[in-house]
Write a protein that binds this ligand. Structure first.
Ligand SMILES: [Mn+2]
Length: 286
């Protein structure tokens, strides 16, 4: 156990709420140590802030709301011991514990998808009956990837083991995975492949439950979002994402993360700008 606070209390430049006043706390977890194809998501938190997050319009015409109406504190980035996976996961878990204990709703900026695992561990200590809502191109249900049980390809399998009940993991927009993973998902999770429509028809069932939203940006079609480590053709487009956010507006979202932006893969910067807008609309919507 670490005794000192892990959450940087000096607000990032441009952020308007103090930590004590904040409902939502934005925090970077730039780890990409298990990325199997193209790494680089460790650079995402800084890229999102530096290039776009604080230069966008405050007003969202989709929600008729300004981001300044939300009490959001940007705590900067965790100083992760990159290269030490156990240490990275432990630090993220402790930071998440601290945020949940302080009654904050964390929004982690990845990093790769493995960063979700320690956050879910911490969330389960706080919230009984937690539902995990995953937007992703990939199932992430492999038991071992390259002999490793802890990777961005196994992360939802590990989360599922902690959730213990398959009807608590909702996998939305999925369009990739091995036959074994798909068979496993059909038996053990609530699977809504290819788009968000079927999930939204059932979203009311989550009313009253604490819900954690994990957004793997590779759910989006690579035509608009190429800057990710494992792109998959056939993804959703931005207007569908806005409809999804409207569809979950009544749910009790207790925390979220946005993962798998790899900014240097898209040197135009468009993917980073896209991710920043996604993040802004998400923060305004929840
Ligand atoms: Mn994923």
């Amino acid at each position: 156990m670490l005794n000192e606070s892990l959450i940087p209390r000096v607000p990032y430049e441009g952020c308007r709420s103090s930590y004590s006043d904040a409902d939502l706390v934005l925090i970077g977890a730039g780890y990409d140590g298990t990325s199997s194809y193209r790494p680089g998501s460790r650079f995402a938190p800084q890229a999102v802030r530096a290039e776009t997050l604080y230069s966008q319009e405050d007003y969202s015409p989709y929600f008729d709301r300004e981001i300044t109406e939300k009490a959001i504190h940007d705590a900067g980035d965790l100083d992760l011991p990159i290269g030490n996976k156990t240490g990275v996961l432990e630090m993220i878990r402790e930071a998440a514990r601290e945020l949940f204990a302080d009654r904050k709703r964390p929004c982690f900026i990845g990093g790769e998808h493995l960063i979700t695992l320690p956050v879910i561990e911490a969330a389960l200590e706080k919230y009984q009956g937690l539902h995990l809502l995953q937007l992703d191109a990939h199932l992430d249900l492999i038991d071992e990837l390259f002999g490793d049980r802890l990777s961005h390809g196994t992360v939802m399998r590990r989360c599922l083991e902690m959730l213990q009940k398959g009807d608590c993991l909702h996998q939305v927009g999925i369009r990739s995975g091995s036959r074994e993973e798909w068979q496993f998902a059909r038996q053990h999770t609530r699977l809504f492949p290819f788009d968000t429509k079927a999930f939204l028809e059932n979203a009311a069932q989550l009313q009253g439950f604490p819900v954690y939203l994990t957004l793997d940006l590779d759910i989006f079609d690579p035509a608009q979002f190429p800057g990710t480590g494992t792109p998959e053709a056939g993804g959703i487009f931005f207007p569908e994402f806005i409809a999804f956010l409207k569809g979950i507006a009544g749910l009790n979202i207790v925390g979220c993360d946005v993962v798998e932006l790899s900014p240097k893969i898209d040197p135009t910067g468009n993917s980073t700008a896209f991710a920043a807008k996604v993040l802004r609309e998400l923060l305004i919507a929840i």
